[in-house]
Design a protein around this ligand. Structure first.
Ligand SMILES: [Zn+2]
Length: 80
């Protein structure tokens, strides 16, 4: 199936649904760790606050949630 990388927006083919291309796997893990770390320190943050705090796009934070990588407890994480 045709997938689009959530970091560089490159389209690539993959047998299973993948949201990150090979080139961005490292970056993806780093950002994911940063988001988790941020949410540990500021558990009530919404996507916008996380994005601002880390200097990344809010849409990227939402992609992690959509992909099921990031599970926000207690429903504090708001959609835009
Ligand atoms: Zn990529």
């Amino acid at each position: 199936m045709l997938c689009t990388c959530k970091h560089c927006y490159k389209s690539f083919m993959s047998r299973t649904y993948t949201s990150v291309c090979e080139d961005c796997k490292e970056i993806d893990r780093e950002i994911f760790e940063k988001i988790k770390d941020y949410l540990t320190r500021y558990p009530n943050s919404n996507a916008m606050q996380v994005a601002e705090g880390l200097g990344i796009r809010a849409s990227l934070v939402l992609r992690y949630i959509d992909d099921g990588d990031l599970v926000i407890s207690k429903g504090h994480f708001e959609s835009l």
